[in-house]
Structure formats: C-alpha cells, structure tokens
Design a protein around this ligand. Structure first.
Ligand code: 5AD
Ligand code: SF4
Length: 436
C-alpha cells in the first residue's frame, strides 16, 4: 500500500475537504501516513485568502523538496485554493508534481498514478455540480467528538477583496438527504457535535428546503448531538434561522457574522450587501430572539482608501456590538479580485498594522468584558479533553463557543458536563463542576 501524508491549511472547509480526499484515496488503496518521512505522496491542502497564507505554504513546499533528497520517487502535490489560483505557475516552479483544484478530488487516484517527478499532472477545472455528497469522509480530528460536515461549496457573493469565488467557484448546495445521513453516521460513531459548513450557509437551498429547514432536520435527526454552523452573511441570516436556533435545544447559540468594516462607504467598496445599520439590525434580531447568543466576527483593517474616520467607525461598531470574539486581519490584495483591479492598495503597511492593533486591543477588552459577564453562570459544556495547562483539568466549549476549563477527575472526553463560571481570562472561562 502506498502511503499518503496530507497537511491542511486555511479554513474548516479545507479540513472537511481533506477528509473527503482521504476517503477517495483510501478506496484507491492509499494508506494514511502520520508523518511525511515515510510517505510516498505528500499533499498540502492550501489556502489563498491572504498573501501570508500562501507565503507560508511556499516555505513548506521547499521543505517537502528536501524530502525528495531522501526519497527521489516521492510525489509532491498541491490541493485546494492555491492550486486553483496559481494553476500551472505551481508546476513551473519545478517543485511540485501534482496540482488539483477543489473540484478535482475524485480524479486524484488517476492523477497520482500518472504523476511522477518530471511528469507533473494538473486538474483545476471547477464544477457547477460537484458537492462530494455521496462520499463518507475519513475523519482526521484527534478526539472523535466534533466533526465538520460540508453542506455547500463555492460562493456567489463576489466581495471585492475576496479570492474565494475564483478558487472555489460558483455556489452549490449539497443534497440534504446525504447531509442528514452523514450527521446520523457521526452520531452513531460517537461524535457529540457537528458543524455544518459553507461559505454562506444562509443561502443553502435544496429543492424546497432552505437553511433553517436543514438545521431543524439535522437537529431532530440527531438529538444527542450539538449542531453548529458557519459562516453566516449579515444580509442573508433570516429570522426563520434565528427562530429555528431558539426552538432546538441542541443547536448552539453562537453565530459567526463577519462584519468586515463599520463604515458604509467601505462596505460598499467591499461589495458587502448590507450597511452598518443593517448589520446592527441583525444583531438586534439575534439578541431579541436569543438573548444568550454569542456573536463573533471577521474584520479587515486598512482596506483600499480607508480613512482614519472610517477606521474609527469600525472601532465604534465593535464597541456598540460588544463582540464575544473576532478574527482580525489587515487587507491583503489578492490578484484578480475586483478590488485588485479597481482600487489601489493605498493604505501603507504601518497604518494597516496600527489600525489592526487598535482593533485587536479593543476586542481583547470586549472579550474580557463578555467573559466577565458570565461569572456566576452555569453552562453545559462538551468535554474535548485535558486542558492544555494541567492534567487535573478538563476543557470544553459551551453553547456560545467559549472555552471553559475546570478541575475534574470524573468525566471524560465526549461527556456533557455542567460547570459554573468562577473567574475568567480574556480567552477562557475558569469554572468549577456543578453539583450533578
Ligand atoms: N485580505 C484580508 N483579509 C481577508 N479576508 C478575506 N479576504 C481577505 C483579504 N484579501 C478575511 C475576511 C473573511 C475571512 C475569512 O478572511 O475577514 O471573512
Ligand atoms: Fe482559504 Fe478561503 Fe480557500 Fe478556505 S476557502 S482555504 S479560507 S482561501
């Protein structure tokens, strides 16, 4: 049996894709290898979202090539978004033998059979139909508690800064029957949580079913599992979705709602299809329907032509919403996107970095305040394992996706446990076990 080693970069969707790839290669007789030293095939499932993501992967490709000195027959391949974006430029580097885009994974066994140093293979065709719906992923997570389920692929939004529509193609939804079957399968294998994944889950539609219908079908089919999902778009998240979340005790109260900017002029240039006011209205709807729902976000500092005043509008929006957590970036121009073609990347790097640092400092305070508000509250958490710091402590997340740690010698990974928040840091709720 040939051995294949895969490194996964980027978003959760890429983790789900790597699991699909292991399934396809497993059926074709490949065995999974935990290290690249003994692998016959080394693959990187890559991300193109920002330039530094790609730079990091180029560094890894050089390291893979050192492996060639030990094993001249090793096949080095690039999958995912960078494969799709750079196409034969990757082959021209002379450092890789295989390039396969996100919709080309069914053909990987054939590509691998033909690929060899000096005989590179490439397939970067995007599809309008491919969802890998019939494929049972081979899970790569370590603890067997939480699984990702991809419910759609691609994106039709075309935000002006974003490379994803070019790397992952047009949006398509997966057959809901196969999603429910996969979720039930996870439940029967002992998983206690699934995260439904899509670039824009609220535009899921299959036949007569929308995303809210899918959520309730999964929640009802798998009553012993928690259901999470990501990512929602502010213009699309409907009251029906919020009411469905509120109605099912096993759907987690956490929404990841990327805002990107607090300025209407910048939002328009980004081609986001909401205003600051529209965003705040959705936040109000979330809090009206689920007062205990956590909200996290993504933000980009220093987008083309952003002024100091517009940056302050982002800070004030953060303050106004009081996000529980955030992923924060500065703008990285991506070749081929609308913004790269139309707008100069004219905020200098010092200004971008300083603005990003200001947002991070503010969010650190907001995260701490959000956690402090939880002191004294009790939560049900799903045990993920031992805490990083102590053998005597367990860790796990509550419904709001906040990390909790508590001293515990009784419970084990996969248990649901009631804990009480005694104290907190900015990133963690420090808890004790409740009387069971
Ligand atoms: N530069 C910086 N951040 C970006 N993101 C997407 N494209 C870019 C870019 N060109 C961020 C957005 C998105 C998250 C996944 O990555 O905030 O929500
Ligand atoms: Fe990176 Fe976006 Fe591709 Fe995910 S979809 S791997 S975040 S570029």
């Amino acid at each position: 049996m040939k051995k294949v080693y895969i490194e996964t970069y980027g978003c959760q969707m890429n983790v789900a894709d790597t699991e699909v790839v292991f399934s396809i290669l497993g059926k074709a007789g490949y065995e999974r290898s935990a290290s690249m030293d003994e692998a016959d095939v080394i693959l990187a499932n890559t991300c193109s979202i920002r330039d530094n993501a790609e730079q990091r992967i180029w560094g890894r490709i050089d390291q893979f090539n050192l492996q060639r000195r030990r094993n001249p027959d090793v096949v080095i391949g690039i999958l995912g978004c960078m494969a799709e974006r750079l196409k034969d430029k990757l082959l021209e580097s002379g450092k890789v033998d295989l390039v396969a885009g996100p919709d080309a994974y069914r053909g990987l066994p054939q590509l691998l059979a033909a690929a060899a140093p000096g005989h590179p293979q490439i397939d970067v065709l995007l599809s309008r139909e491919e969802t890998y719906g019939d494929i049972s992923p081979v899970r790569i997570d370590k603890n067997g508690v939480s699984a990702f389920i991809s419910i759609m692929r691609g994106c039709n939004n075309v935000c002006s800064y974003c490379v994803v529509p070019y790397t992952r193609g047009a949006e398509r939804s997966r057959d809901c029957g196969t999603i429910i079957r996969e979720a039930c399968n996870c439940q029967s294998k002992g998983y206690r949580e699934v995260t439904l994944l899509g670039q824009n889950v609220d535009s899921y539609h299959f036949g007569e079913f929308d995303f809210a219908d899918l959520l309730s079908m999964v929640a009802e089919a798998c009553p012993q599992m928690r259901i999470r999902f990501s990512t929602s778009n502010p213009q699309d998240i409907s009251d029906k979705v919020l009411e469905t979340m509120a109605a099912h005790p096993n759907i987690c109260h956490h929404i990841h709602l990327p805002v990107q900017s607090g300025s209407d002029r910048i939002l328009e240039k980004m081609r986001r299809r909401y205003t600051r006011e529209g965003y705040l209205e959705r936040v109000a709807a979330i809090r009206r329907i689920m007062p205990d729902c956590a909200i996290s976000t993504d933000v980009i500092a220093g987008f083309c032509s952003e002024t100091e005043e517009e940056h302050r509008e982002t800070l004030s929006l953060f303050e106004q919403v009081g996000f529980d957590s955030a992923f924060m970036f500065y703008y990285s121009e991506r070749p081929g996107t609308l913004a790269a073609r139309k707008y100069p990347d004219d905020v200098d790097i010092e200004t971008k970095t300083r603005r990003l640092e200001e947002i991070i400092a503010l969010q650190n305070r907001l995260s701490l305040e959000s956690n402090r508000r939880d002191i004294g509250k009790c939560f049900e958490v799903l045990v993920e394992g031992k805490s990083k710091k102590s053998e005597e402590e367990l860790c796990g997340r509550n419904s709001q996706n906040k990390m909790c740690v508590w001293p515990d010698k009784i419970h084990k990974t996969g248990d649901f446990v009631k804990v009480k928040v005694e104290d907190c840091t900015q990133g963690t709720l420090l808890c004790s076990l409740c009387e069971q």
